[in-house]
Every structure is written in structure tokens, then in C-alpha cells.
Design a protein around this ligand. Structure first.
Ligand code: FMN
Length: 281
């Protein structure tokens, strides 16, 4: 990284380092989440030092998960996973195979606070996330210039809710994409909307989709929508990106010219209901 020669002792999986009263055992866990990532384990303390795994972006005077509470630490760990670890689910599963064989009293990741009270719960969450398991929820992400695409988003949400699907609606004008990734992590249905600008989608939506695609969430149902004036490439381009991610796309994109009228909004709502039923399975 710094392109300097340092006097390091290189270790690999299975190696042990005896420090006197403590031993450090090493297991390589490549791509969780860097190529040289490694988990260290101190058996005398039943202490796991898992590098990036189980991390969170918490900087608090509290040191342990029970001092902050499961909800806060879990929310931050989920956000960390969704933005950093998500592409490496297969590697996480391999690392979990090793970790599950160790007696563990404490997990001290490189980032955030230390787990000691909720170890089975966070390992269970990691197992679900690594398998791309989601909940019967829908996430609607959109941007708009003058509100027409927002109207479509609202009608879709109404249809989804009418068939019992909880919906999270995010405008890219008010939500940062890293925040939205926490919703992606748990949502089965991901509906993305953009109006058309200069023969394409809005740059905020393009930026979000680029970020989303890089993080490679799998096993999702995708849907594209938007308002347009004459060409309508916004929603079409969204659809192409969702398709390129290997997601199931249960319906053709909704592309509405200019401001949606009541009949068009009825159709959108019905489409929301249809997608909701497919999410329910
Ligand atoms: C600067 C500008 C460029 C546009 N370029 C296109 C275009 O290339 N193709 C198209 O179909 N519509 C284009 N439109 C029309 C918008 O897509 C249309 O007004 C749409 O209803 C806006 O939806 P919104 O309110 O959700 O942003 C453009 C609008 C603006 C203001």
C-alpha cells in the first residue's frame, strides 16, 4: 500500500504466534473485504479479531454492544455490510464456516464497537446477508425534476401497500445512496424511477445505479419507472441496468408522458399491486 519494504513476519492460514500467555491463530479470509484480509483468534480469551467483518461505523465512548443496545449496533452493522461487504457474500460464507467452529466470547472488529452480548444474533444476520436473504418489503428510489416521477412513485407505493407490502420510499434529493443501501439490504422488491433528461436518466439516478450495481445485491425483483416528454430513455435505461444485474424483472417499465393523469395513476397503482403480489410469492 505504501510501497515500502518493512520487516514483517508473514503469516498464513493455520499459522500460530505464541506471545507467552496468549496465542494468536490466523485464518486468511480473502476479499472480506480486501485481498489480504485475515481473521485472528486468541483461544485463551475466546476472542475473535475479524478485521472488517462484523464492523460498523460507530465511534462512541461506549466500547461494547450491550452498552449501546442491539438496535443501534445492528443498524450500523447492516449499513456497513450493505456499503462495504455486500459484494463478497460467497467469501463471507466461507469465513463463517471457520468462525462457526470457534468458541467465541467476544468479537472485536477493526471498525466500531466490540460484540459480546449479541454474538449469535450478529452471526445469524451475517449468514442471512451473505445469502442475499430479504424481507417481503419494497424499496422505491427515484428522482424527479418537476414531480411527475414522484407522483408515479407515490401511486406505486399505494398499490404495494394495498396488498400488504411495507414500502420505503427514498428520494435521491434527500437521501444519500449509502443510506439507501441499508434498505436495499432487506428489500425483496427494488423499484427505481427517473424522468428523462437529454435522452437518458437523471444523473442522480445513474450515480445511484452505478453504486448499487458495484455492490452486487442478488435475488431481487426490479422495476423501472419514470416520466418523459418525447423519447422516454430514462426509465428504459434504468430497466437495462436492473436487467444487467441479473434481477428478475416481473413487469415492463412504466413510462408516462409528462404529468400523469388520474387514469394513468390508477394503472400505476394496479401495477404496484401486481408487483406486490409477486414480491409476496
Ligand atoms: C432540460 C430538459 C431536458 C429534457 N430532455 C428530455 C429528453 O431528452 N427526452 C424526453 O423524453 N424528455 C425530456 N425532457 C422532458 C421531461 O422528461 C418531462 O418533462 C418529464 O415529465 C419530467 O418528469 P419529472 O417531473 O419527473 O422530472 C426534458 C426536460 C428538461 C427540463
Amino acid at each position: 500500500h505504501f510501497k515500502k519494504e518493512w520487516d514483517y513476519l508473514l503469516v498464513k492460514s493455520g499459522d500460530e504466534l505464541n506471545l507467552g500467555n496468549r496465542t494468536i491463530k490466523f485464518v486468511q479470509t480473502p476479499m472480506v473485504h480486501w485481498p489480504d484480509s485475515m481473521v485472528s483468534y486468541i483461544p485463551e480469551e475466546k476472542l475473535l479479531l475479524p478485521n472488517d467483518a462484523f464492523g460498523q461505523h460507530i465511534a462512541s465512548p461506549e466500547r461494547f454492544d450491550d452498552e449501546l443496545g442491539w438496535n443501534i449496533v445492528h443498524e450500523s452493522a447492516a449499513n456497513y455490510y450493505a456499503n462495504i461487504v455486500l459484494p463478497y457474500g460467497d467469501q463471507v460464507k466461507k469465513a463463517l464456516e471457520t468462525i462457526n467452529q470457534l468458541p467465541i466470547d467476544m468479537i472485536a472488529p477493526s471498525h466500531g464497537i466490540i460484540w459480546r452480548a449479541n454474538i449469535p444474533k450478529i452471526i445469524d444476520a451475517y449468514t442471512r446477508w451473505a445469502n442475499h436473504e430479504t424481507e417481503c418489503k419494497a424499496l422505491i428510489v427515484y428522482d424527479t425534476m418537476w414531480g411527475s416521477t414522484k407522483e408515479i412513485a407515490t401511486a406505486l407505493a399505494s398499490g404495494l401497500e394495498a396488498v400488504g407490502i411495507p414500502v420505503i420510499t427514498r428520494s435521491l434529493q434527500t437521501s444519500h445512496m449509502s443510506e439507501i443501501m441499508s434498505d436495499v439490504l432487506v428489500s425483496k422488491g427494488i423499484l427505481v424511477g427517473s424522468s428523462t433528461l437529454n435522452n437518458g436518466m437523471l444523473s442522480s439516478v445513474a450515480g445511484f445505479l452505478n453504486y448499487l450495481k458495484g455492490l452486487r445485491p442478488q435475488k431481487r425483483l426490479g422495476f423501472a419507472f419514470g416520466s418523459y416528454g418525447w423519447g422516454g430513455q430514462g426509465a428504459k435505461n434504468v430497466q437495462e441496468v436492473l436487467k444487467s444485474m441479473g434481477w428478475e424483472l416481473p413487469a415492463e417499465p412504466i413510462n408516462i408522458q409528462y404529468v400523469p393523469d388520474p387514469a394513468e395513476l390508477d394503472f400505476v397503482r394496479e401495477t404496484g399491486m401486481k408487483i406486490g403480489r409477486i414480491i409476496k410469492g
